[in-house]
Design a protein around this ligand. Structure first.
Ligand code: GLN
Length: 447
């Protein structure tokens, strides 16, 4: 009830929820209360959570922030949603996002644009902007986002929350509407590092319904939080402290690095020599996969259909022209071009080859360190509208987060300071595949 009251009070300003399920949430809370009294409450018993509107739910619509899926209710539930329910949590609602998770500010949402709770009128980041804003504004205790090229870590950083992109394969993608299938991963946004570990405990693990999920035991992610960092080697990637980095971001991240050193960590310099190619590689591979994944939204199988057309082709044309926003159309065009015969070798294939080099960079760097630390986003949050007409500027701001997805490694954003005008700044931690524990352990020392 207190979370619902808080939502009522601040939501007109924050604008993070696309769907709110008041009755459902109260009903689940009551059931959780009974379970708790009977000693049967799960590890998240009664905790009010909300999720990005890209995860399928059967009790609420799943719009992906798009007109083409307005009012669409999925016939099945995402595995992570089932797992959170089994852990006893209460699902309050679905959160705003860039259309089909394409964007870095959530301004590409067809229905509303979430504001940064620290400074209204500023972006909450994206694409999981609603997931970060809702946690930062106390409109839920924790949320789920999805991260294809930074979409959990960047909004977490801009809104001052903790956010984790798990290793590719750690968390099931079943019921996560696909953007770029080889990059997408679901993960938590939370107020504290311990909460992030608890959410990871609940959502991780092999799922026979997702052939890319890995058969690997899930550790108790809370177990090593207090182990300190003695003997832990932290790599500073030379290429990540680059020109263009806002001096206040640089200062806050270096303060955070000092705290990690005080906890016992040793610093080493590492190099990721192919960093310069990450933006180009990502913005070929992600649109290529997206153009294929989004072909299913044809007006026949899902959501919106234009009913005025008198031929099938015309119906496809009109449905997709009206249903998709500008950024989604841009990605479909770029992706279709990169995959088309004659261009495939020059673009998609070449990008896939360079992706392997980027992945090798990470393997080599992790031979010298246990984790890497860097900024998340080159600047703090900016004003809504400031970069909305400049897609290239937004693509470039993803430079520090894209590579974790290309390499498949886990990454985390942890608050490490504020800019002079009161906007939060996050620090990024990255580790080798399936080493989320070391990320959480390091992050715990930054609180
Ligand atoms: N900003 C990136 C993009 O627009 C990342 C999105 C994401 O991680 N979903 O593609």
């Amino acid at each position: 009830e207190s979370v619902l009251a808080r939502i009522e009070a601040v939501e007109p300003k924050v604008q993070s929820y696309l769907t709110l399920d008041r009755e459902g949430a109260l009903r689940q809370a009551e059931q959780a209360d009974i379970a708790r009294k009977n000693g049967q409450g799960g590890p998240l018993c009664g905790i009010p959570l909300a999720i990005k509107d890209v995860l399928c739910t059967t009790t609420m619509p799943t719009t992906c922030g798009s007109r083409i899926l307005e009012n669409f209710v999925a016939p099945y539930e995402a595995t992570v949603v089932t797992k959170l329910a089994e852990a006893g949590s209460v699902l309050v609602g679905k959160l705003a996002m860039d259309e089909f998770a394409m964007g870095s500010t959530s301004e590409n949402c067809a229905f509303k644009v979430p504001h940064n709770p620290w400074k209204l009128g500023y972006v909450a980041g994206g694409s999981s902007g609603g997931s970060a804003a809702a946690v930062a504004a106390d409109e839920c205790f924790a949320s789920l986002g999805s991260d294809t090229g930074g979409s959990i870590r960047q909004p977490a950083s801009l809104c001052g929350t903790v956010g984790m992109k798990p290793t590719y394969g750690r968390v099931s993608r079943y019921g996560l509407v696909a953007f770029a299938s080889s990059l997408d991963q679901v993960g938590p946004l939370t107020k504290e590092v311990r909460d992030c570990a608890l959410m990871m405990n609940a959502i991780s693990g092999h799922d026979p319904k997702d052939s890319t999920s890995i058969k690997l035991d899930v550790p108790d992610f809370t177990a090593s939080l207090q182990d300190g960092l003695k003997g832990v080697k932290i790599g500073l990637p030379r290429e990540y402290f680059v020109q263009g980095l806002d001096p206040e971001v640089d200062r806050a991240v270096r303060d955070g690095i000092r705290m990690l050193q005080e906890a016992g960590a040793e610093l080493v310099e590492v190099t990721l020599p192919h960093t310069d190619y990450c933006v180009a590689v990502y913005y070929l591979i992600a649109p290529a996969e997206a153009s294929s994944n989004l072909a299913r939204f044809d007006g026949v199988r899902y959501g919106y259909r234009d009913r005025s057309a008198d031929s099938l082709i015309e119906m496809y044309n009109r449905t997709r022209s009206q249903g998709f926003g500008d950024e989604v159309k841009r990605r479909i065009l770029i992706g279709t071009y990169a995959l088309s015969s004659g261009y495939y070798d020059a673009y998609y294939k070449k990008a896939s080859q360079v992706r392997t080099l980027i992945k090798d960079d990470f393997a080599k760097a992790f031979a010298h360190c246990d984790l890497m630390v860097s900024p998340v986003c080159p600047t703090p949050a900016w004003k809504i509208g400031d970069k909305a007409d400049d897609p290239l500027a937004l693509y470039l701001s993803d430079i520090l987060t894209l590579s974790a997805n290309l390499a498949g490694v886990p990454g985390m954003s942890v608050p490490c300071g504020f800019s002079s005008d009161g906007l939060p700044i996050g620090l990024q931690l990255q580790a080798a595949h399936f080493n989320e524990e070391i990320l959480l352990r390091a992050a715990y020392n930054l609180e």
